[in-house]
Design a binder for this molecule. Structure first.
Ligand code: SAM
Length: 190
């Protein structure tokens, strides 16, 4: 795996400087890299680029023919991510609301969706699932109660799990004790 530790470190240094506390956990990143590698010709989508930490992990598992689109509403965040990762032609950076992006997405298009913004996870879930190909993997993190007591999205996370586990067309795995609590849902062919 070609993991650019220097880029990860530079992104985290920017995050520290800007007080951006939303970058993914390294264990989640490592899982994202493995999942990305499982889709050698895949179309990958990240909702919520942040400063590019998760993007950098996804890139490390991105095969030569795979592509990654990463969508971020905040121009500054996307620009910082692009300053670190913008020279990779397989990665497309989009500055847009992820809910709007999903509304326009073709059905069954993406092979992996890392839903790391509220839109695509706590809103626009139907649109995100509709955009996922058969065999495609939907990934969400921050599913567990936080140690610092900030549980803004805990109830939404519980609802997300409930909705997904009731879908007959998805196999759901809850990695509750892994990293910040990760949910994987894989679309089945019925
Ligand atoms: C948890 S952070 C993303 C972290 C990043 N994926 C990573 O792995 O390091 C969430 C990001 O989503 C962005 N965001 C919030 N609402 C959004 C929306 N509706 N559309 C797109 N991005 C959004 C925020 O600006 C923030 O940068």
């Amino acid at each position: 795996m070609l993991l650019a530790q220097n880029i990860l470190a530079a992104i985290l240094a920017d995050a520290e400087r800007l007080g951006f506390v939303y970058s993914s956990d390294p264990q989640t990143g490592n899982l994202l890299a493995a999942l990305a590698a499982s889709k050698p010709d895949g179309r990958l989508l990240e909702l919520g680029t942040g400063l590019g930490y998760g993007t950098c992990w996804l890139k490390s598992g991105l095969s030569v023919n795979a592509t990654l689109t990463t969508v971020e509403a905040n121009m500054r965040n996307s620009q910082i991510a692009q300053s670190h990762l913008g020279n990779d032609k397989r990665i497309r950076f989009v500055v847009r609301d992820s809910g709007l992006w999903l509304q326009d997405a073709p059905a069954h298009y993406y092979d992996l969706i890392f839903a790391d913004a509220p839109a695509g996870k706590y809103t626009h879930l139907d649109e995100a699932l509709q955009a996922l190909n058969v065999g495609g993997i939907y990934v969400a993190d921050d599913m567990r109660r936080k140690t610092d007591g900030t549980d803004e999205y805990l109830e939404s996370a519980r609802r997300l799990v409930e909705i997904l586990t009731q879908r007959p067309d998805f196999v759901v795995t809850k990695l509750t004790d892994f990293a910040t609590g990760v949910l994987l849902a894989v679309r089945m062919r019925l």
